[in-house]
Design a binder for this molecule. Structure first.
Ligand code: ATP
Length: 320
């Protein structure tokens, strides 16, 4: 029987995390279960920074980006001794179960706690869409909107000056943010961990677009951690018809009011997490697959290969 549920946000913050906290809180309270917010991810378990959450504690946060509970990384939480210490703190405060909103690292922490007797449910909260076991993560749609809005603006100025805009977007080794942005913005090229990167090919393609196709501008969307985009832009200027300009969108991608889709996803996933805990289930994570809400063991999700995006890369190629 669950009497008190804790909720925490861990890893990188993402728009929609607040909507998930709100859903967990309201739905648990409506089930007669007490709720506490844990400040700053797993660090809050260690430091026992627990705040009781009432219905009103989560008012006016649905439309706010970030996470009002704060998020943190605590590398020491990988060690059993620290996990045992945290379990002791949870028990001392009467917290029987936990909802963990974060990425795959946070999921591993949730699994460790479940094995130690505290049922945990993981919700995928990250702008990178890099969590296996779900087609979409909370925050991805909002980050995509930010990328698209900014690339649209760059297009206006690029086309006036015969420029090639090279735009670096986030993704943490996952190309989804770049791919979805490229399709949504009608980019000329997309470079991601999935496409691979060959500088000579990029220059040749841009030469072709400038000389043979006579395009007056070009947009290249590239995932972070692939190459130095400033250096690439200089090579574009030296070797093609275009004047190369690099833009790194950076941390603005993490901010902003969550889109309605992210608010819906977070609310639905929050509901599912509480329902699972009320059934006495732990060690699972919630996902959305083919538009249906799912739950699967965290271990299984972590071992799953990420769903293929081949059809979307093919679509991109057919649109240029
Ligand atoms: P993001 O995708 O935004 O990086 P994440 O949840 O993957 O989010 P991590 O930094 O990998 O971010 O993990 C967040 C926290 O989860 C870590 O600081 C640590 O406290 C905990 N954690 C990570 N890996 C493990 C593990 N193997 N065992 C227990 N806890 C872990």
């Amino acid at each position: 029987m669950v009497r008190k549920i804790g909720v925490l946000t861990s890893g990188g913050d993402a728009p929609g995390m607040n909507a998930a906290i709100r859903a967990v809180t309201r739905i648990a309270l409506n089930n007669g279960v007490e709720v506490v917010g844990v400040k700053n991810g797993y660090r809050g378990l260690l430091e026992e920074t627990f705040i009781p959450l009432e219905r009103g504690s989560v008012s006016d946060i649905l439309d706010r980006g970030g996470t009002f509970l704060g998020s943190a990384r605590l590398p020491g939480f990988r060690e059993e001794a620290m996990q045992d210490e945290c379990v002791k703190h949870l028990r001392r405060n009467g917290i029987d179960a936990l909802v963990v909103i974060g990425g795959d690292g946070s999921y591993r922490g949730a699994l460790a706690l479940t094995k130690k007797g505290i049922n945990c449910i993981g919700l995928p909260g990250t702008i990178d869409n890099d969590i296996p076991g779900t087609d979409l993560t909370i925050g991805f749609d909002t980050a995509l909107r930010t990328c698209v809005e900014n690339v649209d603006k760059l297009r206006d100025t690029s086309s006036s000056h015969h420029r090639c805009s090279i735009v670096e977007v986030m993704g943490n080794h996952c190309g989804d943010l770049a791919l979805y942005t490229a399709i949504s913005c009608g980019a000329e090229m997309v470079i991601t961990p999935e496409t691979g990167y060959d500088e000579i090919e990029v220059i040749e393609r841009l030469r072709y677009l400038g000389n043979a196709v006579r395009k007056n501008h070009a947009i290249v969307i590239i995932s972070e951690k692939i190459t130095d985009v400033e250096a690439l832009a200089k090579k574009v200027t030296l070797n093609t018809e275009f004047s190369g300009r690099a833009t790194v969108l950076g941390h603005i991608q993490r901010g902003g009011s969550p889109t309605p889709s992210d608010r819906m996803l977070a609310s639905r996933m929050g509901e599912k997490a509480v329902d699972l805990l009320m059934e006495g289930i732990g060690g699972q994570c919630v996902g959305i697959i083919d538009n249906s809400l799912t739950a699967m063991p965290i271990q299984e999700a972590l071992e799953r290969p990420k769903a293929s995006r081949k059809h979307l890369y093919r679509l991109f190629d057919r649109l240029v």
